[in-house]
Write a new protein. Structure first.
Length: 236
């Protein structure tokens, strides 16, 4: 990935301030983070023929757990925001179609809900972001998930160019709510009460972002001007 040369943090802030107001689309997201937005687009990962990861203990597929958390998040948010869902049932929605759904709303943020898979020892939440205007949202949501996560595992925030972190023209993040391949994470994620706590925590972070924008999130990172993600990239 190639960084466009700039004059340090001052240039990054100038880019953010000049990129246009919240409510407009931005191809690269080289602007300040969202504030006072009115719409939240919730993407439940996978679906239909694409089951995603599968739980180690009870065999629940990622597509089912992701949709349940997404629906709980919708219920938590719809009294304060207009909420759009990329899917509301066990249907397959191609990634590029999810991007198009997100781009229908200018004054919006996108939250993509996933569950992770890996070796049995890997555990904890993880948050992917790419655009500058998504950084503070990612930071708030990740901290909120960590507040309800089991144990001390924390996979952290990762800047990664994915179709759902790079291609939408609105602030967008992808959250991995835990590892279905890990016995402890899988057991917790199998319970409705834990999924509800996750949804409530993510909703609280989204409300905080809308109220405060980038305030309290520290220095914004520098923008990276890279091509859009495609099917040839790593699987999401």
């Amino acid at each position: 990935m190639k960084l466009i040369p700039c004059l340090g943090a001052v240039c990054a802030l100038l880019l953010a301030s000049c990129a246009g107001p919240m409510g407009s689309h931005s191809e690269y997201g080289d602007r300040a983070g969202p504030k006072a937005f009115r719409t939240v687009v919730i993407d439940a990962g996978h679906g239909g023929k694409d089951s995603g990861a599968r739980g180690r203990l009870r065999g629940q597929p990622e597509k089912t757990v992701a949709l349940d958390i997404a629906q709980r998040l919708r219920d938590e948010l719809r009294s304060s925001f207009k909420v759009a869902m990329t899917r509301t049932s066990d249907t397959f929605v191609p990634l590029d179609d999810r991007v198009r759904i997100a781009n229908r709303s200018g004054d919006a943020v996108l939250i993509s809900i996933h569950l992770n898979d890996g070796t049995r020892r890997l555990a904890g939440s993880e948050t992917y972001w790419w655009r500058v205007d998504s950084y503070s949202l990612a930071k708030r949501v990740h901290a909120a998930m960590r507040s309800v996560a089991t144990g001390s595992n924390n996979r952290g925030m990762v800047r990664r160019r994915l179709r759902l972190t790079r291609n939408p023209e609105i602030p967008c993040i992808l959250v991995e709510c835990g590892y279905l391949s890990n016995a402890t994470d899988s057991a917790y994620l199998a319970t409705g009460s834990y999924r509800q706590r996750l949804a409530q925590a993510i909703a609280s972070a989204i409300r905080d972002q809308s109220a405060h924008g980038d305030a309290g999130s520290g220095t914004l990172p520098k923008p990276i001007y890279a091509a859009k993600s495609s099917a040839h990239d790593a699987r999401e």
